[in-house]
Design a protein around this ligand. Structure first.
Ligand code: ZN
Length: 425
């Protein structure tokens, strides 16, 4: 089960302090490069204008913790990087509990969870603490240390290009900016790493593949600002890969257009993998599809997920872990749902019958020569398939007409093609 390998990789990456920028992002990209040696790691300087945004300063954390009046060290960043609000500015001082409280974040209805909080675009510092721990804190003077640095550095992302026969590309994107959380989004970057490995291993691809590992939002905006003209010309389908590691539901979020080939294929695959797949609308968007499908960019990017971000109780907390939430089995299912969709993209051709009227199957050994009342199901399927091979109907559409998963037709298409009864239009 490939889910086991993916889970192991996720364990290696879990504790790295990822953020929009910084050492944790580079370390993560470096770990990905151990699986994908051809990854191109790029850097964009802080301050660069990217559309309506500016590449932020780089964030570095040396140490961060609080010492209680009793001398207990709490909210220690070195124990759990979720304790520190992402992009906290530096602070050092002794403050009252009253003042400290305004810098502490808890989740009242999940008393054991450390929340995940960031403040990328407003300067502040803060700590995240479980409600349970918070309730034990007493009045007094607290020592606070936030030894961080915000400086002109760089934003990093990784890009893998896999050449196929066509210059037309399939685009796969995931984000690499979340610290110690598993479904959102270690699952996405680990599953995508293994999908890229698979694409490289099988080779002989019809489409080319462009795979990016970017920090969410600012990373996809930066990537688009550098590449969107090229992408608009080349991309025919694509997916944002996130929340693909828990073992609950499957979920689908459409592109803004909703009717692109990415949408059609993903919906088809998910319907046959699990008829109970939850279907969301564009109004439920929340990740990089917001940029990829924005007006004027208009890329055909849909999202295949297990449980969608925001829809599982552990979302954006320390409870989103690799033990009870993301499992090898969950990752395996997420991986295969996307892999089956990519396989379907490669196989989704327009076939045209090479003969007029029905071909004579018996003379080719494809049909029982003794005509009986009850026809063999496989033969009937073959004839049904050929009856749709008009050069205008895609394999996906034929599968839908025949009410079958597209993968049930791969072998039939191969056989008929090998007998020169159909051709790819
Ligand atoms: Zn998130």
């Amino acid at each position: 089960m490939i889910g086991k390998e993916i889970h192991q990789f996720a364990q290696e990456l879990f504790h790295i302090n990822r953020s929009l920028t910084g050492e944790g992002v580079r370390e993560t990209l470096h770990k990905i490069s151990e699986h994908l040696p051809n990854i191109n790691i790029k850097s964009v300087p802080s301050g660069e204008k990217v559309f309506d945004w500016t590449v932020p300063k780089e964030w570095k954390v040396k140490e961060a913790y609080i010492v209680t009046p009793k001398g207990e060290k709490i909210c220690d960043f070195s124990q759990n990087n979720l304790h520190l609000v992402g992009y906290s500015e530096p602070f050092e001082g002794n403050i009252s509990f009253e003042e400290l409280k305004s810098h502490l974040h808890t989740l009242k209805d999940q008393p054991n969870a450390i929340p995940y909080v960031t403040s990328y675009y407003k300067k502040r510092w803060g700590f995240c603490i479980s409600q349970k721990k918070f309730n034990t804190l007493k009045d007094g003077t607290y020592k606070v240390l936030v030894d961080t640095d915000l400086f002109d550095g760089e934003l990093n992302y990784g890009e893998v290009l896999i050449k196929g026969k066509s210059k037309k590309e399939i685009f796969l994107s995931t984000y690499i900016c979340h610290p110690s959380m598993a479904n959102d989004n270690l699952s996405g970057l680990t599953v995508l790493t293994f999908l890229a490995k698979w694409l490289i291993e099988i080779g002989n691809l019809d489409y080319s593949y462009r795979i990016v590992f970017v920090p969410e939002t600012i990373g996809s905006i930066t990537y688009l600002s550098h590449n969107y003209k090229d992408l608009k010309k080349k991309i025919v389908a694509g997916f944002n890969i996130t929340c693909v590691g828990d073992d609950r539901s499957y979920s689908f979020l459409p592109s803004r257009n909703g009717k692109t080939i990415s949408d059609m294929l993903a919906k088809h695959v998910l319907k046959w993998i699990d008829p109970n797949t939850l279907e969301y609308s564009w109004l439920d968007r929340g990740s990089d599809e917001r940029q990829y499908c924005a007006p004027g960019i208009d890329l055909p990017i849909a999202t295949i997920m297990k449980t969608k971000y925001g829809k599982f109780p552990e979302y954006h907390t320390s409870l989103d872990n690799l033990e009870s939430v993301v499992t090898p089995k969950g990752l395996d299912k997420g991986y295969w749902a996307i892999r089956k969709t990519l396989e379907a993209i490669e196989k989704n051709k327009y076939y045209k019958s090479t003969v007029l009227c029905e071909p004579q199957m018996g003379s080719r050994g494809l049909y029982p020569t003794l005509s009986k009342k009850r026809e063999n199901g496989e033969v009937r399927l073959m004839m049904n398939f050929i009856s749709h091979c008009d050069g205008q109907t895609s394999l996906l559409e034929i599968a839908d007409y025949l009410n079958l998963p597209i993968w049930d037709l791969y072998q039939i298409a191969n056989t008929l093609k090998s007998y020169n009864l159909i051709d790819i239009k």
